[in-house]
Ligand binder design. Sequence first.
Ligand code: C2E
Ligand code: CA
Ligand code: CA
Length: 631
Amino acid sequence: MAKRENEPMFKQVLGSGWTVEAELATSRELVGRLAADTAGRVAACVIVAMLVAYAASILLALAWASLILVNEFTELQIARQIRKSTVTGRRWLAAYFVHLCLGSSLWTAMCLALWTTGDVVNMLMAGAVVLGILIHVSLFYNESRLQTLITGLPPVVGTGTMIVWSSFSPELKGEDKIVAIVALATLVGYLSVGAYRSVTTREALRALVTKTSRLAAEDPLTGLQNRRAFVDLVTERTNNGLSEVLAFIDLDRFKPLNDQYGHSVGDEVLKEIARRLIEQPDLIAAARFGGDEFAVLISLPKGVDGADRRMHALHERLTASIYSEVGHVSVGASIGWVGPGAKAMGMSETFHAADVAMRRAKVERLGVVEFDEVVDSAALASSAIEIALRQALPAGRIRAALQPIVSARDGKIVSMELLARWPDSGFPRDPAPNDFIPIAERLGLLNDMLWSTMSQALPVVAGTNWSLAINVSPSQLTSRLFLARLSAIIARHGVSPQRIELEVTEQVAFRDMEQNCAVLHEARKLGFQVVLDDFGAGYSSLAVLDRLPLDKIKLDQAFVGDLRERAVTEKIMRATVALAHDLGIVCSVEGIESAETAALVASFGCDQIQGYWIGRPELVSLQADRLDRAS
Ligand code: C2E
Ligand code: CA
Ligand code: CA
């Protein structure tokens, strides 16, 4: 109440939240649905004018109707101006209210003229029209109190005048006078209350909508925007590319602090961080994305590295100690930001860029990092791949390709290597296995990928006497169910374990060697073949040949590339083949791109060869087509 007393008079009448801007906004709404309203009023005007012409005076009817129509016509002009822009709209607001008041007054004047004729039919008509005006006001001009007042006041004053006229008029006698006065007073009293209720109900409704939409856009703990509202706002502001600075902030050491001191201290810290963010100069918006992740959008400061300096200052402020119920505590912060300098990026890319920069700040403990196209592009692409891969794999869009491995003696296919492909990925260039396999591995999706590609490839292999070589990463071997699942899937296609070659790299010998060896031994016991892939590409010592349970080794294509130039390579290759044969291990070479190298490696005693010269990896779907056509 105290607050209301201090308010200026006009705010008490028009509502405490009244501003010209708010009034303009509601007027805009009103003129927005102009056409239907105008048509209704013009129709009413024509009907009333005809009745007046018939019952009272043609001249009056004509004069009145023309005034009303002129007033309606000016509304079209005013409405156009109001819709246009805020600046000129403000000036036209006054004109709009004059128009509304005029319209309402003209209608009231007609009622007065009819009423004061004293003729019963005219008076009935006047009463009906006043009723119509007041209903129209409470139904159509209830968007703001000012609208209701300006359109409602003329009929209320008019009705008052009609009551006064009735009480003094010698033309009305006895019961007629009483009935006329009571009817008019009831009508105007009831409808005024109705109009008032109508406008205040709309006000309450609007307040409720504002409050709910604010709650839906707000992070309840800090009062900052939530992610959705922030994304909406940034999207709206930056539809032509980012012209501001977008920063992602992730707190460091927040979780241990939360665990150590409890949630109430954690909440205090988050609230304090929010307060510090709000104090950021040039702030446009600040948000909490949940947990200890925040984001801000600030307008671009002037100067060459103005933005960078701003971000460092922000970092300093955020990491300054915070006073809490357990004394001073402090958290670290990693800030990644992207400014208008970055190449034209879509909205989601911009958010992504800020996130990538923030992650680099975190991993490299740099505090503040500006997104750098060169440094961060790989991370940017790989996270995009990550997102796409999560959808592509379950949708079966990772496809199986097969590449033949042939006998060096007679060129007959002995085996097919299963290689993953991602055609129609939607990226400018379809990601190669070297792009998406490490990501699938990190996401723990390699097994799913293998089951999917195997079920595409096994039907092709099942009807032949070829083996199927599959690539198995060390992380896949550690999964306890790996061999069981593998056995089940080949059994389903009627392929025996003897025809499955597990290609592992020497990595399996470096980490968890004992466990991996145990799995490989188990695999061989079940009948699977074990192949050491990429031999010669890494540290490759001949010792692993002895340590791992192997059926075959595959010399890496690096060997082949070197072959023609270096006699040493040739010697190593010969020695390796000889040693492998001594140990009873089959030798194959990959990366054979010409007849010449094929002949050369065959002369060293290699048993099998693989490479583009023999056949490129080909999608199983295409292969199946061809086999169909051949048969
Ligand atoms: P990898 O097992 O050494 O596979 C041989 C790679 O050499 C394949 O590349 C193949 O397309 C390529 N290649 C074959 N012949 C030639 C040739 O004559 N010249 C040249 N320059 N290259 C040749 P790709 O398909 O890009 O695969 C790369 C690596 O990705 C593979 O190396 C393998 O380690 C991994 N990989 C592919 N598919 C899978 C999969 O389904 N699961 C797992 N775990 N790894 C896979
Ligand atoms: Ca391989
Ligand atoms: Ca290889």
